[in-house]
Design a protein around this ligand. Structure first.
Ligand SMILES: NC(=O)c1ccc[n+]([C@@H]2O[C@H](COP(=O)([O-])OP(=O)(O)OC[C@H]3O[C@@H](n4cnc5c(N)ncnc54)[C@H](OP(=O)(O)O)[C@@H]3O)[C@@H](O)[C@H]2O)c1
Length: 318
């Protein structure tokens, strides 16, 4: 299939493009930069240079590529520093999820693409009450912390625009938190550095449940979604979401760091704000049953225990 990948040069794109090429797809990958265009060609893709926020440029790039499908993996989180001012840190990502999505969808339709697969998120976005793992049927949080409202609104926009698009099969993949090569949670990555310096403590009871997914498993889900699954949303998470109080010590051990410090919620609030405390104590994990059933996707790293132990270093993609 001829596939246009927006975000082909990012943490996700670098793992996705080789998987697509390896599966026999023809890939045109978008970047804003000349040097990254050369890197994309080295991965086996054609490169398209355009800014995702420039509607005319996106329309022209997608039209030239003549894709049968478009994959949207645009985010701008490489400068992410803390959860404290969440919406401020996510501001550009939120634009990519609203304006960027609208431009790409318009371009995909104009170019005659029949399928559209977009990156969404499934973690803190779900309602922070109830037991068990959240399914796609469960509602998104009607009352997120104040500084997460714009970011949740952007995700709602993306999911609605993609799954309700006229004349195109739209799929939104609700990814868990990424780890693995090229992400901040790889050996030597900025998140691992925080763990090594014991600057990422367990806050309060650490009962917030985080879903995880290895970046190669996440990329594999986008490849699967090109060919299988009806329009809609799918959680792309591993089999064993876990509370912070369990995965954070396991992560520290996996990277050879001392166990994390524990701080009370009021201290966490000073450092990480209401959003940070909520992420550490209240959020829920998600179920991957639908993606397994309908996309035929299954994660190679089934839980954080083996993922953090074996999946943080770079290994060949295919
Ligand atoms: N679910 C999750 O846990 C999750 C989700 C997303 C990101 N992250 C993490 O966040 C960190 C940073 O990743 P990232 O993917 O945000 O950053 P990144 O690795 O810098 O990738 C961003 C991608 O989006 C493209 N992009 C951004 N703005 C664009 C624009 N205006 N026009 C065209 N392309 C644009 C970039 O292209 P060019 O720069 O080449 O133009 C690049 O391909 C990583 O650790 C990643 O794992 C985690």
């Amino acid at each position: 299939m001829r596939v246009f990948v927006a975000g082909g040069s990012g943490a996700m794109g670098k793992r996705l493009v080789p998987q697509l090429v390896g599966a026999g797809h023809e890939v045109v990958a978008m970047t804003r930069s000349g040097p990254k265009a050369a890197a994309l060609r080295a991965l086996g893709a054609e490169a398209a240079v355009a800014d995702a926020l420039d509607r005319d440029a996106v329309l022209a790039a997608v039209e030239r590529a003549e894709p049968e499908a478009v994959i949207h993996q645009l985010t701008a989180l490489s400068e992410l520093k803390s959860f404290r001012n969440f919406d401020r840190e996510f501001a550009l990502t939120n634009r990519l999820r609203t304006e960027g999505t609208d431009h790409l969808l318009a371009a995909a339709r104009a170019a005659g693409a029949r399928r559209f697969v977009a990156q969404s998120y499934g973690g803190w976005t779900y309602e922070r009450t109830g037991s068990g793992l959240k399914t796609e049927e469960d509602r998104l949080d009607p009352a997120p912390p104040k500084r997460q409202r714009q970011s949740l609104a952007a995700i709602r926009h993306l999911e609605r625009a993609v799954t309700e698009a006229d004349g195109i099969e739209g799929i939104a993949l609700r990814y868990a938190n990424f780890y693995g090569p090229g992400t901040g949670l790889e050996l030597g990555g900025n998140f691992v550095e925080l763990i090594e310096k014991r600057k990422f403590p367990v806050v309060g009871d650490g009962a917030g449940v985080w879903s995880w997914v290895h970046i190669d498993d996440a990329a594999g889900a986008a490849v699967a979604a090109l060919e299988r699954g009806g329009p809609g949303v799918y959680n792309i998470v591993d089999d064993r979401p876990a509370p912070v109080s369990a995965w954070l010590p396991a992560l520290a051990e996996a990277v050879g760091a001392s166990p994390p410090r524990h701080v009370p919620a009021w201290v966490g609030r000073i450092a990480a704000g209401e959003v940070g405390v909520s992420m550490m104590t209240r959020i829920r994990g998600a179920s991957n049953a639908k993606a397994r059933r309908e996309l035929g996707w299954e994660p190679r790293y089934r839980g954080y225990e083996e993922g953090f132990r074996d999946g943080l270093a770079d290994v060949p993609v295919i």
